[in-house]
Structure formats: structure tokens, C-alpha cells
Design a protein around this ligand. Structure first.
Ligand code: SAM
Length: 284
């Protein structure tokens, strides 16, 4: 469901000032509650792909992806976007802090790199398309990451960001779901360092990065009890449950009650809001 959309020749509001509120260490994500070493993480990422990929593909197609384009997929996770891009004839590089789930993509011609978007580099002007999804909000200064990504684009290349914002869960009408989701959000902010509301400001962080033709869109992910979005949340919550309970943010009983709600086919609620923004690198 599209909440709002629009285009702007350039983002009107001024860019946010750069900040560095916490010191970046990849361990914070890589060895935390979403570590790829956790038994359910691959299935959790597969569920995420199943609810997001159609939108992602639509954005690539609308923005003019063609065979032969050199594409960077940042934080590729389970790899479905990189695999699809390769199937479109693109020359794909996929990165992640942990490439365990991506390594098999080298068999379909994808370049797989263990690469930290926050600290590792690419030469300026390398890519025709760069995409991130549910990645930059986990970094200390997402806008700094956006500036790095924009530098790696060729003139005329396209940056496409898809990042979530957590505000819809704050007022959820289902009490157990609301309580556990709020507790999860608090834990994520402190343990991983995620900025759960940064995405809401898109496309403003694209301003001042040498990008033209800036456009944006926002929509809500929805949950119906028992669907893939609900299953994704159940795995996400279960991976954080021990830490959340230990911090006193919610009880095991709260989690069990939330899981009952998420399994009930009569349950309908909002999940995250997804903000998408894109821009084209200015020609020299
Ligand atoms: C929530 S998952 C999203 C995966 C994929 N983008 C998707 O939407 O299906 C976030 C991914 O970003 C990776 N990641 C987190 N921080 C990163 C960084 N600094 N550099 C590269 N990848 C990173 C994680 O390892 C994880 O695979």
C-alpha cells in the first residue's frame, strides 16, 4: 500500500549535519542477534526477501536497469536480489559483513565480497546502480554511508535506498504485539545501535551528495496472522527474546502472547513503514 510518493528535482531541505554518536564496530551487527551463525537467520532473511522483493524489482525496472549494467548490492543478506539482478544480465557485485549465504552466487557469475560499507572502499565512479535494503539504518551515521555510496556511482548512475521506519508499531491495537515490538525496538537501538526512525527523513539525506532526479516513495508493510510477514517477525523476535527478557523489557509470557496473536488468521496490523528514495549521479 503506498502511503505517499513524489519526485523532486533536488531534495529541498538541507542535509543533516554529520554525526558519529557511537563508535562503529562490525561486531555490533555481525556477532549480535542477527548473526549469520544463528540457526534461524537464513530462514529469517528468506522470509524478508519473500515480502520485499517484488517492490525492489519494480523499482529497479522503473529506474532503467538493463543488461550489462554494473550493479552493487550492499548488505546482500540471503542473496535473492543479487541473484535476480544477475538473471537480468547485470554485472553484479554483492557485499556483506558475512558472505556465508552469498558465496554460492559466484556460480551464477556474481562477484561476492566481504566488505563493510562503512569502512571499506570502492573506486569513485564504479557502478551504474547501487542498492541497499534494510542496511544503512544499522550504522552509526547512515548519512555518512549514503555519501560513500554516492561517490561510488558513475556519472548518470542510480542510488536506490529502501529502509524501514518503526513508528507504525508504537500504536498497534494488539496489546501483546505492541508491547513486544516496542521492547524489541528498544533493544535494537541499544544493542545494535539501529536508528529506527532515520528512514522517515528520506529523501532529505540524499541532498548535497551530487545527485539529481531525486524521487521517493513510502508504504506500509502489513501483517496478517500466519503470513510470511508474521513468520518473519516471529523469528526476528525469537532471536532477540533472551536478551529482551534479560533486560526486563518484556517477559516470556509477553512473547508467547505476541506469537499467539501473530499466528491468528484474524490478526491484521501494520508492520514497518518502508521508505524508498533514489537519485541519479550528476554528469561531470
Ligand atoms: C536486515 S539484513 C537485510 C539483507 C538484505 N539487504 C535484504 O533486504 O534481504 C542486513 C544485512 O546487511 C548486512 N550488513 C550490516 N552492516 C553492514 C555493513 N556495514 N556492510 C555491509 N553489510 C552490512 C548484514 O550482515 C545483513 O546481511
Amino acid at each position: 500500500m503506498s502511503a505517499s510518493s513524489g519526485t523532486a528535482a533536488s531534495a529541498q531541505a538541507s542535509a543533516q549535519t554529520s554525526k558519529d554518536p557511537w563508535e562503529w564496530t562490525e561486531k555490533r551487527y555481525k556477532d549480535g542477534v542477527f548473526s549469520h551463525a544463528i540457526g534461524t537467520e537464513r530462514e529469517r532473511l528468506r522470509l524478508l526477501e519473500s515480502v520485499l522483493d517484488d517492490h525492489t524489482r519494480g523499482h529497479f525496472q522503473r529506474l532503467g536497469l538493463t543488461s550489462g549494467h554494473r550493479v552493487l548490492e550492499v548488505g546482500g543478506g540471503g542473496g535473492s536480489v543479487a541473484r535476480w539482478l544477475a538473471g537480468q544480465g547485470a554485472e553484479v557485485t554483492v557485499t556483506d559483513l558475512d558472505t556465508t549465504y552469498l558465496d554460492e552466487l559466484s556460480e551464477v557469475g556474481v562477484q561476492v565480497l566481504r566488505h563493510d560499507v562503512y569502512t571499506d572502499d570502492f573506486p569513485e565512479g564504479t557502478f551504474d546502480f547501487i542498492h541497499t535494503r534494510y542496511v544503512v539504518i544499522h550504522l552509526p551515521d547512515p548519512e555518512k554511508a549514503v555519501a560513500r555510496l554516492a561517490r561510488w556511482l558513475k556519472p548518470g548512475g542510480v542510488l536506490l535506498l529502501e529502509e524501514p521506519s518503526f513508528f507504525p508499531i508504537k500504536d498497534a491495537p494488539h496489546p501483546a504485539y505492541r508491547k513486544v515490538m516496542r521492547a524489541f525496538r528498544t533493544h535494537l537501538e541499544s544493542a545494535v545501535g539501529t536508528d529506527t526512525e532515520w528512514a522517515r527523513n528520506l529523501p532529505v539525506p540524499l541532498a548535497g551528495k551530487g545527485l539529481d532526479d531525486i524521487g521517493y516513495d513510502a508504504r506500509f508493510q502489513r501483517i496478517t496472522g500466519g503470513d510470511n510477514e508474521a513468520a518473519w517477525w516471529q523469528l526476528t523476535l525469537e532471536q532477540t527474546r533472551a536478551a529482551v527478557v534479560a533486560e526486563g523489557l518484556a517477559t516470556d509470557e509477553d512473547f508467547e502472547a505476541a506469537y499467539r496473536e501473530l499466528a491468528d488468521p484474524g490478526f491484521h496490523d501494520l508492520s514497518l513503514a518502508v521508505f524508498t528514495a533514489w537519485g541519479r549521479k550528476q554528469e561531470n
